[in-house]
Design a protein around this ligand. Structure first.
Ligand code: THU
Length: 141
């Protein structure tokens, strides 16, 4: 479980980055906030593309921003997604590709995934619940 104050901060950052979403094609805005093991919090938004497939999800955008700055271990991630221009109206769980990318940098048993809902309705899961029996770096050692 992520500490209450830290969790609130991650939710705040995920919502803030959601406002920066570049999603003219889907009209679906997502923000993410990643807490790394050194306490750094890095935000990201989804960014789409006219050719569609080059677009990136908010989670991976935030994770790779952090990796680029030398942060390699994820403690928790908060995700806020809903149709653009509206307040949060649903729980947007990370897509399968993002789950695998989180897995690369997380301990499945201790990493928390916070899925932001409407006010006070956020859900918190252990990563292991979202991608059980996962394949990860240890498999290749
Ligand atoms: N999206 C995310 O940012 N994260 C997810 O986990 C699921 C989907 C984005 C991708 C695309 O820009 C839009 O939401 C609609 O799929």
């Amino acid at each position: 479980m992520t500490d209450g104050k830290v969790k609130e901060e991650l939710i705040r950052v995920a919502k803030e980055y959601r406002t920066r979403s570049y999603s003219p094609y889907s009209g679906y805005a997502v923000g993410a906030a990643v807490l790394f093991d050194d306490g750094s919090v890095v935000g990201g938004c989804n960014a789409e593309n006219a050719a569609y497939s080059p677009g990136i999800c908010a989670e991976r955008n935030a994770i790779y921003k952090g990796v680029s700055e030398g942060h390699l271990r994820i403690r928790a991630i908060a995700i806020a997604g809903s149709p653009a221009g509206e307040s949060i109206s649903q729980h947007a769980y990370p897509c399968g590709v993002c789950r695998q990318v989180i897995r690369e940098f997380a301990d499945p048993e201790t990493c928390d995934v916070i899925v932001v809902g409407s006010d006070g309705e956020s859900m918190e899961h252990s990563f292991d619940e979202l991608l059980p029996n996962s394949f990860g770096p240890d498999n290749l050692k």
